[in-house]
Design a protein around this ligand. Structure first.
Ligand SMILES: NC(=O)c1ccc[n+]([C@@H]2O[C@H](COP(=O)([O-])OP(=O)(O)OC[C@H]3O[C@@H](n4cnc5c(N)ncnc54)[C@H](OP(=O)(O)O)[C@@H]3O)[C@@H](O)[C@H]2O)c1
Length: 419
């Protein structure tokens, strides 16, 4: 019998237990022997739940059972979950986790430990929930040199950004709604400030480019400053606003960031809405490949965890050491020329000609529809924006002070995603 233990029976863990219970026959057919849930470790007593009969309070009980091949760690947070991963590998178990904080912080050490024990450490569910992306990068696309990854990797912020535009709602209204629906935590910092997406793009980039990207080095900007008027202005110009976690590998360097960007309508990521996630990879042989699906949620994430279990039960002795465990990536800010969206306010309307003189011929000038008539010669609070031609950050920095003499105060700067 293949015995599986689940540590942490919350949203994801209970989904894993359900899948293992309901799909037991199917899984057992595949491996021509019984594959079953054996233990569930959780701090709650689980009384009255379908998991009660599997409940244990002791990791030791799991680790000392020689019939347990796989331990899944679906506890949140960092230290305890990491400790359990290390202990389970030390005890000779395969480990599967959905915990991106553990993978982003301890991935190389855990991979090395697994390799030394001839066991596997797997974490498909840690990025993109139910979307297969880690296995495709490790296997299906491995023949490629991956040069770029662009992703919408956080469902909470995507839900909020989509809702702001569709419902004409403010950031606070959408945050409250996301919290009511269980998409956002009581403390939403990790999602709305981009830290969750930073861990995920760091994990993907480490695998894709073969050097460990420390998530703490990822320049990271969340969505707190994006207002409803930004969505309206961007829409007028044919763009939508998304939190983009992106990286590019060029000349041995990883250019990486998490930031809200204007995405041109028609771009493969522009129609990824609500809680959905998507990851676009560029490979030297495949060109663009898009992965799309539910980036979180009990069932979708459990599907990815069980997918890892299936792979490792099928090929338990296929242990390989990913390149990133022995090499740290060089990380740098992306200073390539990009178009910029600049939102400003002014007491008086600014003529388009003055803005074009400042930024160049291809400048797009936009005014918020909440203003009555921005061209009227009276003092009104005007919110406007420009979409500039492509500039390097230095070139932009030289232009921006030119807004002041026009009477404009810069409020928000966003990059436009390349077509
Ligand atoms: N939710 C998603 O859709 C999703 C998607 C992808 C990845 N993930 C990641 O997967 C991990 C788990 O997420 P989740 O949403 O399932 O979290 P969760 O609902 O909070 O589940 C964690 C479970 O572990 C239990 N736990 C806490 N400390 C424990 C301990 N000392 N011993 C045993 N059990 C303990 C928790 O009990 P208490 O509730 O009593 O604390 C809870 O039942 C996180 O790292 C998360 O980032 C989640």
């Amino acid at each position: 019998m293949y015995k599986i233990a689940v540590c942490g029976c919350g949203v994801v863990g209970s989904g894993v237990c359900d899948a293992l219970i309901h799909q037991r026959e199917k899984l057992s057919r595949r491996f021509a022997q019984d594959v079953g849930l054996a233990y569930v470790l959780d701090i709650r007593d689980l009384k009255g739940t379908p998991y009660e009969e599997y409940k244990t309070d002791s990791l030791e009980t799991i680790l000392s059972d020689p019939e347990v091949q796989v331990v899944t760690i679906t506890i949140g947070g960092l230290d305890l979950a990491a400790d359990y991963c290390f202990k389970a590998l030390e005890a000779g178990k395969h480990v599967v986790t959905s915990n991106k904080a553990v993978v982003a912080a301890h991935g190389p050490e855990l991979e090395k430990l697994a390799f030394s024990k001839r066991r596997r450490f797997m974490y498909e569910a840690s990025v993109g929930g139910g979307i297969p992306i880690i296995r495709p990068l490790n296997i299906c696309l491995y023949a490629n040199d991956i040069t770029e990854i662009q992703g919408i990797l956080n469902g909470t912020t995507n839900y909020m950004l989509t809702g702001m535009f569709r419902r004409h709602a403010s950031f606070d209204e959408m945050l409250a709604r996301a919290q009511r629906k269980g998409y956002a935590e009581a403390d939403p910092t990790a999602d709305v400030d981009g830290y969750d997406a930073a861990r995920k793009i760091a994990i993907l980039s480490s695998i894709a480019y073969g050097g460990f990207v420390d998530y703490r080095e990822v320049p990271c900007r969340g969505i707190r400053k994006v207002l409803l008027c930004d969505h309206e202005l961007a829409d007028k110009a044919g763009f939508t606003i998304k939190l983009i976690a992106g990286s590019r590998f060029e000349d041995g360097c990883v250019y990486i960031s998490v930031e809200p960007k204007l995405v041109p309508r028609g771009h493969l990521l522009s129609d990824v809405n609500s809680v959905y996630n998507a990851i676009l990879t560029k490979g030297c042989y495949t060109g663009d490949t898009l992965f799309y699906g539910q980036g979180a949620g009990k069932e979708a994430t459990a599907s990815a965890v069980v997918g890892d279990i299936i792979e490792l039960l099928g090929t338990p002795s296929t242990v390989t050491l990913p390149e990133f465990v022995n090499k740290k990536a060089t990380v740098a800010p992306d200073n390539r020329p990009a178009r910029y969206y600049l939102r400003f306010t002014s007491l008086r309307p600014i003529r388009a000609g003055s803005l074009i003189d400042l930024f160049g011929d291809d400048t797009l000038c936009l005014y918020s529809k909440v203003e009555k008539d921005p061209w009227e010669d009276i003092d009104v609070d005007v919110t406007g924006a420009v979409i500039t031609p492509a500039f390097t950050p230095e070139e932009l920095a030289e232009k921006v002070p030119g807004l002041n003499p026009l009477g404009a105060t810069l409020r928000l700067t966003l990059k436009v995603l390349d077509d």
